[in-house]
Design a protein around this ligand. Structure first.
Ligand code: C5P
Length: 201
């Protein structure tokens, strides 16, 4: 059976770590779809119109080294609210999901829009405070000048925009398993997710 795992949830909830761990455990390819929106948003900061940025995105754009900055995250969520931008990025993501060896995709609308037929869906979440602390530590450790309050404010603003937009808003799919990682070590979250995937496949 070709296995597709869909992982959605707000920023800094642990989607990336969980996705990489599941991809490794089950021998699947992994696509971080947030990177596609970040790369698109990044290009608009240089003055490229959003739709053009999405339509002409190249592999090199996905490898730019400043995709993890707060400014790019904000630009990503602004372009991600535009239906025409989302439409331009759908085929690439669905083609990736159909790879013969199976795949893990993580983002905001994977279980609801990109891969509604995925065999396993997770919605990974955590409290605002815990997520802000994690993202703050990551940004600080990679040399960014940030404050915990600033990071918390940015996350809340971005989550609000991602949840309130009309086009593919962030929400758990009806058949998603919700994992709250607030009080859990990542190892425990990964172990629980591996158990659930094994049980469902
Ligand atoms: O996951 P990450 O924080 O890198 O995503 C950056 C932004 O890209 C999100 O805040 C969201 O606006 C957008 N995004 C999206 N749909 C996805 C993945 C990301 O709208 N599947």
């Amino acid at each position: 059976m070709r296995l597709t795992i869909a992982i959605d949830g707000p920023a800094a909830a642990g989607k990336g770590t969980l996705s990489r761990a599941l991809a490794e455990a089950f021998g699947l390819a992994h696509l971080d779809t947030g990177l596609i929106y970040r790369a698109t948003g990044r290009r608009t900061l240089d003055g490229t119109p959003p739709l053009e940025a999405a339509q002409t995105l190249s592999a090199a754009d996905l490898e730019a080294d400043d995709l993890r900055t707060p400014d790019v995250a904000r630009a990503a969520s602004v372009v991600a609210a535009l239906p025409e931008v989302r439409a331009a990025l759908v085929d690439f993501q669905r083609a990736f999901a159909r790879r013969s060896g199976g795949a893990v995709l993580d983002g905001r609308d994977i279980g609801t829009v990109i891969c509604p037929e995925a065999e396993v869906k997770f919605f990974v979440t955590a409290s605002d405070q815990v997520r802000a602390e994690r993202r703050f530590a990551e940004l600080r450790d990679s040399g960014h000048e940030v404050t915990l309050d600033g990071v918390l404010k940015d996350l809340r603003e971005r989550d609000a925009r991602d949840s309130a937009r009309a086009a593919a808003p962030m929400m758990p799919a009806e058949d998603a398993v919700v994992l709250d990682t607030s009080g859990l070590a990542i190892d425990a979250v990964v172990a629980e997710a591996i158990r659930l995937v094994t049980e469902k496949t």
